[in-house]
Design a binder for this molecule. Structure first.
Ligand SMILES: Cc1ncc(COP(=O)(O)O)c(C=O)c1O
Length: 394
């Protein structure tokens, strides 16, 4: 629970919250570092590599101009929205109207959070995956919605069993959250699953929010689809995407939502009251990223693949069980036999070896018994982390 001051108490809507897991972990890691420990962070999904030079050059050049320092338009410049539409056409053969079906975001997390605020009335159900990216639930709770989790289980390839959701729940449901390629499990979804999802949304009158920031980080010849490729998807769905992971631009805070024009308009209206957009040169650099040469992503994905293979081998030698992920920047591994408490396990691992991983339970109760390793750390540090882990578990 948040620390409260009885004379200046917080609003009820935030009083049941803890600070975001990584904010608290960062504090603990700083203390360990101050005590002299060499900490290797393979916990957070923040890419360590920079964007391509031509993207950085655009930011620098645009920033040097005298006429780029005022406010940018809410929801992004026309050029940025056009670039998103061009990217969707080029990458997925999906035609989007940049004026009505695209909105720029201050990173996709902002849009995910705001979507709950513009869709949920108190008591409306939000169906949220467990394990899942925490913002789907926290944003729903803050909006006054009723968050109902559905499990993502290994035996179902971490896809939801939509048929198992009770009809009484569906009657109250406004929104269903999905995320493929998936954080934290690394699972992927195919087109036939997406077709089933669109039919399901139509039948039950539910908005699908598909969060797809890892769609361009794929391995072994896999090519992740967009939900928007399904015919009729934009009648019932919105898709979030981001430059954070695809283009190594996590700190730049640039993302987008595409799809249903009414939902895009709700987000636009809400945002226009709340934020004042992103720095213009960042939008310009985003245009270059989305529409410029894409070949460097292939090389970058090879770096992630090499790291993935190191982590898979290391974790397996240390007694973990796992599936090799075909996409995203995570390895989701079941703890060695006899270990069930992921927070206690990861905390001991950090204290005794300096290797920081994320306990699976942070992503929901069905994440208990797992840990997540992120591939967004230098390859030699990942090698060192795996060797410490194997020695520790011997
Ligand atoms: C599934 C998922 N969605 C959204 C985000 C947020 O990305 P952004 O940097 O675009 O806000 C993340 C970041 O880790 C994520 O894993």
């Amino acid at each position: 629970m948040i620390e409260t001051n009885p004379f200046l108490p917080p609003a009820q809507r935030i009083s049941s919250f803890e600070p975001y897991f990584f904010a608290a972990l960062g504090k603990k890691i700083n203390k360990l570092k101050q005590s002299g420990m060499d900490v290797i962070r393979i916990d957070m999904g923040s890419p360590d590599l920079p964007p391509a030079d031509f993207i950085i050059e655009e930011l620098v050049n645009q920033s040097r101009r005298s006429d780029t320092h005022g406010y940018s338009p809410t929801g992004g410049t026309q050029a940025f929205k056009q670039a998103v539409a061009d990217y969707y056409l080029d990458r997925f053969e999906v035609n989007l109207d940049p004026a009505n079906e695209v909105i720029g975001l201050i990173g996709s997390k902002e849009g995910l959070f705001n979507l709950s605020q513009v869709i949920l009335n108190p008591g409306d159900v939000a169906l949220v995956p467990d394990p899942g990216y925490p913002v789907y639930s926290t944003s729903g709770i803050i909006a006054g919605g009723k968050v109902v989790h559905f499990p993502l289980l290994a035996e179902n390839d971490f896809l939801p069993n939509l048929k198992a959701i009770p009809s009484e729940t569906l009657e109250k449901t406004k929104i269903l959250w999905l995320n493929y390629p998936n954080n934290p499990t690394g699972a992927i979804a195919n087109m036939s699953f997406f077709e089933e999802v669109v039919l399901f949304a139509r039948k039950h009158h539910i908005l699908i929010a598909h969060d797809a920031p890892y769609v361009d980080i794929c391995f072994d010849g896999y090519n992740a689809p967009s939900l928007m490729q399904i015919s009729g998807a934009r009648d019932v769905a919105i898709e979030f995407n981001s430059l954070s992971k695809t283009y190594n631009m996590a700190g730049w805070r640039l993302g987008m939502a595409v799809g249903n024009p009414d939902i895009i308009n709700y987000l636009f209206t809400y945002k226009s009251q709340m934020d004042t957009s992103t720095f213009g040169p960042i939008f310009s650099a985003g245009v270059k990223a989305l529409t410029g040469e894409q070949d460097w992503l292939e090389e970058r994905n090879q770096v992630y693949k090499e790291r993935r293979d190191l982590v898979v081998d290391g974790l397996r030698s240390a007694g973990f069980t796992l599936e090799i992920p075909k996409a995203a920047i995570y390895v989701w591994a079941h703890l060695p036999a006899g270990q069930t408490d992921s927070i206690a396990f990861c905390s001991r691992l950090l204290d005794e070896t300096g290797v920081s991983t994320t306990p699976g339970v942070v992503y929901g109760k069905h994440g208990e018994g797992y840990l997540r390793v992120s591939l967004g750390t230098a390859t030699d540090r990942i090698k060192e982390a795996m060797s410490r882990l194997v020695d520790w578990n011997r």
